[in-house]
Design a binder for this molecule. Structure first.
Ligand SMILES: [Zn+2]
Length: 163
């Protein structure tokens, strides 16, 4: 059963990413009413393309479960997963993913591709979209707005110095 309290925790994880200057994306994995894995985007910090929120949460949940299979688990993620994470979710046999906001530029849970619903694969993933959507999407739009402003200020400073 999906529950908004888990998405709130995913948002809390996304804020940890933001505090590191990372794109704010957060994720939790729930199993029988308990969170068994948390993760947030640390791609820049870890200098690792694999350090997406979902993969970090899967790594921890697998450790807790002692299994690569995450059956009976539900993932809550603030942004629609990319092709890599959607692939890992299918591989981990996660039955359900609850998504905050969609990602028309990179999402693979329906936006560009729908890796969760390919009948030829041996596993399909149920999705629920739009949970705390405004909050999840505001996190990202605010982050990129601040980034643009910072870059602009940086450019102006450089221009002043070179004058
Ligand atoms: Zn990803």
């Amino acid at each position: 059963m999906s529950d908004v309290k888990y998405m709130r925790e995913a948002i809390r994880q996304a804020k940890k990413a933001k505090a590191l200057g990372e794109v704010p994306i957060g994720c939790v994995i729930e199993y029988r009413g308990k969170i068994i894995g948390r993760g947030y985007n640390r791609r820049k910090t870890d200098k690792n393309t694999l350090s997406h929120a979902e993969l970090n949460a899967i790594r921890k949940a697998s450790k807790v479960m002692g299994d690569w299979r995450l059956e009976e688990c539900t993932m809550y993620v603030t942004l629609e997963p990319c092709q890599m994470c959607s692939g890992a979710i299918v591989q981990a046999r996660i039955p359900k993913v609850v998504i905050g906001c969609m990602n028309p530029k990179a999402g693979c849970a329906g936006s560009i591709l729908n890796i969760f619903d390919v009948p030829e694969f041996n596993h399909q993933v149920e999705t629920e979209k739009g949970m705390l959507e405004e909050e999840c999407s505001a996190l990202l739009t605010d982050f990129f707005k601040e980034l643009r402003e910072r870059n602009r200020a940086e450019k102006m400073k450089k221009a002043l110095i070179s004058d």
